[in-house]
Design a protein around this ligand. Structure first.
Ligand code: BES
Ligand code: MN
Ligand code: ZN
Length: 492
């Protein structure tokens, strides 16, 4: 992760390998105006020559600008001032980040936080800029050699937003949580097994004295009655784990609970996924990685709340010992479930974890994150996570946290009208709800196991990773969950 600090240097006289300035497509202001003046109209000449007009997201790298001490000036287009909003600001920061990543420099001085953004304050601009540049600078190196050994970006100084200590501290904690989630998400499933996730939770607990960890293994889970979770894991040669992290940062208030789907690989089981649908299923533990990442952020920020994080983690494999379609499982809650499709496994591990978290911790609010349904990707694409909750206030809090962090969610209904799709002749409930409204019926299934608790579900199937061969885990929904917890802490 990059190091962040703030700076009061000026764009003209700063001693830095690169200064980064934002340029609107109209009049120049702030650092851009300074460069223009020091460089005897350099920006006007670029505009008049048609080389750089400030189009949103465009970049141009200049070397040795006359009158400017820094050896490089990176221009970043901000588009029209009238249209400039939070998303445009983030876009400009991330384009700057991509370009900085490609340069052989160790640090840069970034003036983008000086640009006013409607409805957002200076702290937000600092945080968002730092996180966007850090996100663009992500490198996966666990199983592949880094490209070349040349100098890499290490430090970002942010200028133009005054004293930003708190904002930078938040950016560090959120950035670290995001990085943690992205690294776990990207790891291949032969490395990132349930035991590996438990190991990373162990490290996290070892590094923070106010964090406690319990890892439950198959025997204990059997005794406790995790019938649905164990069934999903029984076809795999790697054993399941239940990870329980607890952080005490508050008084005696009831904790908040985060629950994350940790399927380290989802073949579909006996309802095997076809070629083309299985390749990306190493990401099926991104809900788990997301809640652990947000937990890490909360711990790093020492938020004055109590927080628990419950992660059921298994591998879903076909085998002679696998669970089958038509099996009836007895869940932790006592409800029986008829398995009509072994590929609807996420809800089966979550139903036990939700019921357990609810009974053991009586949380004041509980949120789960899961790469739960392809249907959610069809409904909302890659931009918004699906949000489901019967509690309007909790849904409002999460939607607000999503817009604040630009890790946005969109609410879908969780009405009882959908419940009859889950009826079964052989059990209390079936694990699939038929063709229509797949994301909603999955959420309805979960709701049966969270009854009596303020609970919300985030379906991150579309948002947790970028598709394609070079798509990485995104770290979502860490920013949303971290913001939600920061907001809860601030409200106490
Ligand atoms: N992990 C998948 C959901 C998924 C699919 C996430 C594609 C991201 C991209 C989940 O376990 C699954 O297989 N869901 C099934 C449910 C169906 C059998 C009711 C699905 O969405 O097809
Ligand atoms: Mn599945
Ligand atoms: Zn799955």
């Amino acid at each position: 992760m990059l190091e962040f600090s703030s700076s009061t240097q000026s764009a003209e006289t700063a001693d830095a390998p690169c200064v980064v300035v934002g340029v609107f497509d109209s009049a120049l202001g702030g650092a851009a105006a300074e460069i223009e003046r020091a460089g005897n109209g350099v920006l006007s000449r670029l505009r008049d020559g048609g080389d750089f007009g400030g189009k949103l997201g465009s970049t141009l790298l200049l070397h040795g600008v006359q009158g400017v001490r820094a050896s490089r000036v990176l221009l970043v287009g901000l588009g029209s001032r009238a249209d400039f909003d939070a998303l445009n600001y983030q876009r400009a920061c991330s384009e700057a980040g991509k370009l900085l990543k490609s340069l052989a420099i160790e640090s840069a001085l970034v003036f983008l936080p000086e640009c006013e953004v409607r409805g957002r304050d200076a702290a937000w601009r600092v945080r968002t800029c730092a996180l966007a540049i850090d996100h663009a600078n992500f490198r996966y190196t666990a199983t592949v050699k880094p490209n070349g050994s040349r100098t890499q970006l290490k430090r970002i100084e942010l200028a133009g937003a005054g004293d930003s200590r708190t904002a930078l501290e938040q950016a560090r904690a959120i950035g670290r949580g995001v990085e943690f989630a992205r690294e776990l998400g990207c790891l291949p499933p032969n490395i990132c097994t349930p035991a590996y996730l438990a190991e990373r939770a162990r490290q996290l607990a070892d590094e923070h004295s106010n964090v406690q960890l319990e890892v439950l293994e198959r025997e204990q889970l059997r005794e406790l009655g995790f019938g649905a979770m164990l069934a999903v894991g029984q076809g795999s040669s790697v054993p399941p784990r239940l990870i329980v992290l607890q952080y005490r940062g508050g008084n005696d208030a009831k904790p908040f609970a985060l629950v994350g789907k940790g399927v380290t690989f989802d073949t579909g089981g006996m309802n095997l996924k076809p070629t083309g649908s299985m390749e990306e299923m190493k990401y099926d533990m991104c809900g788990a990685a997301g809640v652990m990442g947000a937990f890490l952020t909360a711990v790093m920020l020492k938020l004055p709340i109590n927080l628990v994080c419950v992660v059921p983690t298994v591998e879903n494999m076909p085998d002679g010992g696998s669970y089958r379609p038509s099996d009836v499982l007895t869940t932790y809650s006592g409800l029986t479930v008829e398995v009509l499709n072994t590929d609807a496994e996420g809800r089966l591990i979550l139903c036990d974890a939700l019921a357990y978290a609810r009974k053991r911790f009586e949380p004041q609010a509980m949120v789960d994150a899961a790469t739960l349904t392809g249907a959610c990707v069809i409904a909302l694409g890659k931009h918004a996570s699906g949000l489901f909750s019967a509690d309007d206030a909790l849904a409002g809090e999460l939607l607000a946290a999503g817009s604040e962090s630009l890790d946005r969610a969109w609410r879908l209904p969780l009405w009882d009208d959908y419940r009859n799709q889950l009826e079964s002749a052989f059990a209390d409930i079936a694990n699939i709800g038929g063709k229509s409204a797949g994301a909603i019926t999955a959420a309805c299934f979960l709701s049966r196991f969270a009854e009596g608790t303020r609970w919300a579900h985030l379906d991150v199937a579309g948002t947790a990773w970028d598709e394609g061969r070079k798509g990485y885990a995104t770290g979502r929904p860490v920013p949303l969950l971290a913001q939600w917890l920061m907001d809860r802490a601030a409200q106490q």
